[in-house]
Design a protein around this ligand. Structure first.
Ligand SMILES: [Zn+2]
Ligand SMILES: [Zn+2]
Ligand SMILES: [Zn+2]
Ligand SMILES: [Zn+2]
Length: 276
């Protein structure tokens, strides 16, 4: 390879230091995101400000039409900045001003809300911090400690609404939720975690017995992962329904088994592949 080509390759991967203010919209000061518009003089406007400008640049008063600032757009495309959850431990980078799906949904450190909705706890934090908070500030109920693949009984007063489950030696939280409706009680099980692949995937089966006979059951091959538990009755079929005629008082006694479907991250870690 010629010297100049080697230099070019090196230059492509160089770290640069930049004042991030130059990547902000000069009108609203928010990070620019594609598309970026420019006036006849070259002043830029973000796609949020642009429709409000009535085709007149607020800086120089020249027209600002549909002309895109392709140079700024390619600069934005090339810019990666640390994930906003870096202070919580995330080492990934995200496109500057790009869509923040990583930060809000897929980041291992995305912010989760405390499931203690009955007591209106407003705590939010990463999954690791949330589990620590829950153990310190709320009472873990009897029978909350599960082992993957082993069925356990969940005894839950319907009015408690949420029963939190943790897994032995894992930083994971699952919420069993009861939703009372005029015709009966819906029971849903969710994992409180971001969609990060490191968290893993889980399945579950739940059943309710009356007079020693299983009369209601539900099985999910992939349990939903949520950042906050909902207080709304699930609108899909991914839950168990116990009709009023089968209820025995105010406490639901159910058998629940949670399994780990796959955790490619753990498998890859064992094979030493994650650092490649
Ligand atoms: Zn703007
Ligand atoms: Zn201008
Ligand atoms: Zn992140
Ligand atoms: Zn809390």
């Amino acid at each position: 390879m010629e010297y100049s080509s080697v230099q070019q390759l090196r230059r492509k991967q160089q770290e640069v230091f930049i004042d991030l203010d130059v990547l902000n919209c000069p009108i609203c000061y928010e990070p620019l995101a594609i598309p970026v518009f420019q006036c006849d003089m070259g002043h830029v406007a973000c796609h949020v400000c642009w429709p409000k400008l009535k085709r007149k640049c607020p800086i120089c008063a020249l027209p600002i039409g549909n002309k895109r600032c392709k140079a700024m757009e390619s600069v934005l495309r090339s810019f990666n900045v640390p994930c906003p959850n870096a202070h919580l431990g995330c080492t990934k980078s995200v496109p500057y001003g790009g869509d923040s799906d990583h930060e809000k949904k897929y980041c291992r450190f995305a912010i989760c809300s405390c499931p203690e909705i009955v007591n209106e706890c407003s705590y939010t934090g990463s999954l690791d911090d949330l589990l620590g908070h829950y153990i310190t500030h709320h009472q873990l109920k009897e029978g909350c400690l599960f082992i993957f693949g082993m069925p356990r009984t969940v005894r839950m007063p319907i009015n408690d609404k949420v029963f939190v489950i943790t897994i032995l030696r894992r930083i994971l939280m699952f919420a069993v939720q009861c939703f009372r409706e005029p015709s009966g009680v819906y029971v849903a099980v969710n994992c409180i975690a971001p969609l990060a692949p490191e968290v893993g995937k889980f399945s579950y089966r739940i059943s309710y017995s009356s007079n020693g006979r299983i009369c209601c059951s539900h099985k999910s091959l992939e349990m939903k992962r949520v950042l906050r538990v909902s207080s709304q009755t699930p609108q899909d079929d991914d839950c168990m329904f116990v009709p009023n005629r089968l209820l025995r008082g105010e406490v639901l006694e159910m058998e629940l088994c949670i399994s780990e479907v796959e955790n490619m991250f753990v498998i890859r870690s064992c094979m030493g592949l994650n650092d490649v």
